[in-house]
Design a binder for this molecule. Structure first.
Ligand code: OSB
Ligand code: MG
Length: 376
């Protein structure tokens, strides 16, 4: 295909409730949605992607305005230059640009959607996914007090979610974890996520989580603490899972070689796109590590793509792919993802299988950046 135009729709979407992690509280989802138009052998097509970078560099080094800027100045021009662009060649054309996986992923995602729509192929078929549903887990933020946490978890358990993940931080860890176990019993599939809030000095304290029979502990230490995660993993019974540390296929290979983790959270945005995400799935599966699909409060576009990815056979643990209503009263797609019976459906339509609702998109849009071959 040949790219002809690209738009970055900057959005602010209110959350149904504040979401607190060890690095902060959000009330609003900030993102940009990539819309691109391309000429293909099947005629002109439109593709959609979204950027998972957060407003501030608290989860990862990238931040939303930086991602838009690097897209405007370097990513878009490099792709507008290509006479024969394909989703599979995007990473190659952007390889000379160091870092910025989330910015690259958003654009690759839109190219992939356009390519699949032109071929009338679903993302699931492209991946070779035959599952029609995937289990649906929910990420629960840090709460100010245990009763409100138990009410929130109770609501999700009642709704039928297949797995609960609880955010933790120093001072909000063993007590809320013990309270959830006591209230909902040993059968509840239950895991925790520290978002890099601890250091190896906390090893003795973190060992106290072992008694709660957790599925895993996600990213207790820093992004570049692979060796220290390996040491902590050897001191804990709870399986070690990495999120922030796995920003590339190489990082996944290093984590495996160092025995830093036995489980990997795969977030397509964090690793530079859905094709890198699949490669990490393949490497982990070949080495006997379990993977699951993480989330970044995606809109309906990313949520649909994640549901298809999570249908690959190595995704043996339940992902953070909740119904859209876990975060949003209104999504930007015509058919927001619904959790039912503990699962979400793998979309079957062309591309990612969702249609953006222009009215809803406009409602949440604060600005639009138009990129063309001439103006970049
Ligand atoms: O660490 O998994 C994380 C959201 C924002 C940033 C980091 C994380 C998360 C979540 C939410 O846990 C997962 C979801 O989208 O449901
Ligand atoms: Mg995480």
């Amino acid at each position: 295909m040949k790219l002809t135009q690209m738009w970055l729709h900057q959005l602010e979407m209110p959350l149904v409730a504040p979401f607190t992690t060890s690095f902060g509280t959000s009330q609003t989802k900030h993102t940009y949605v990539v819309e691109l138009r391309a000429e293909t052998s099947a005629g002109p097509v439109t593709g959609w992607g979204e950027c998972v970078a957060m407003e501030a560099p608290l989860y990862s080094a990238e931040y939303l305005h930086g991602a838009a800027e690097v897209t405007r100045r370097w990513i878009a021009p490099a792709l507008f230059d290509q006479p024969h662009l394909s989703a599979e060649s995007v990473a190659h054309h952007l390889d000379h640009l160091i870092g910025h996986p989330m910015a690259k992923a958003a654009v690759e995602m839109a190219v992939l959607d356009a390519q699949l729509r032109a071929a009338q192929t679903s993302f699931a078929d492209y991946l070779g996914v035959t599952a029609s549903t995937v289990p649906s887990g929910v990420s629960v933020g840090i709460h100010d007090d245990v009763p409100s946490l138990l009410r929130a978890v109770g609501g999700y358990v009642e709704a039928g979610y297949a797995r609960i993940k609880l955010k933790i931080k120093p001072g909000a860890d063993t007590e809320p974890v013990a309270a959830v176990r006591a209230e909902f019993g040993d059968e509840l599939p239950f895991q925790v996520d520290a978002n890099a809030a601890y250091t190896l000095v906390d090893a003795n304290h973190l060992q106290r989580l072992d008694e709660h029979n957790l599925l895993l502990i996600e990213q207790p230490l820093g992004e570049d603490d692979l060796r220290q995660h390996a040491e902590l993993a050897s001191l804990m019974r709870t399986p070690m899972c990495l999120d922030e540390s796995i920003h590339s296929v190489k990082a996944a290979a290093d984590a495996i070689a160092l025995r830093a983790a036995s489980v990997v959270n795969i977030k397509p945005g964090r690793v530079g796109g859905y094709l890198q995400a699949r490669a990490i799935h393949d490497v982990c599966r070949a080495h006997g590590l379990a993977v699951w699909c993480g989330g970044m409060l995606e809109t309906g576009i990313g949520r649909a793509a994640n549901a298809a990815l999570a249908g690959l056979p190595g995704f043996t643990l339940t992902g953070d792919i909740s119904g859209a209503d876990r975060f949003y009263a209104e999504d930007i797609v015509t058919e927001p993802m619904r959790m039912h019976d503990g699962v979400v459906d793998v979309p079957t339509g062309p591309g990612f299988g969702v249609e953006v609702d222009r009215d809803l998109l406009a409602r949440f849009t604060t600005d639009v950046l138009t990129l063309t071959p001439e103006h970049t």
